[in-house]
Write a protein of this length. Sequence first.
Length: 132
Amino acid sequence: MDMEILVSAVLKAHGFPTTPNVLTVSVARLVKIDFHPPNMLLYAELDIQRGFAFNANLHINPRIRHRGIGARLQAAYEEICREARVTILINNNRNPAFWRKLGFRRLNPFRQMLLSRHLNIAFDKGSMYKVV
């Protein structure tokens, strides 16, 4: 699977511009997506071999919120993860009600410990996940 083509195609399908100056997809051990058109950001790391996406950062400038842009960006991110067959991990959860509304579930402490060792990343007590 060519991740650069996948990411670009999914973002375009959701109505986002994907010119080289706003989208970078680097493929090494981790697939790193850096999408930063004006007033928004999507950064994420996908560990395809282990089956997890983490370190996701989605941001919409407050001046343009409540127009459905964030929902479209989240839907595009979930579609990319679904196509890559990875489970999404949210390990810096400042808004659990928002993530629950999107179908995320709380990661139990035992699973957090196992994943922390397996992926070598830290989780906080509010970490969540979603199988897409």
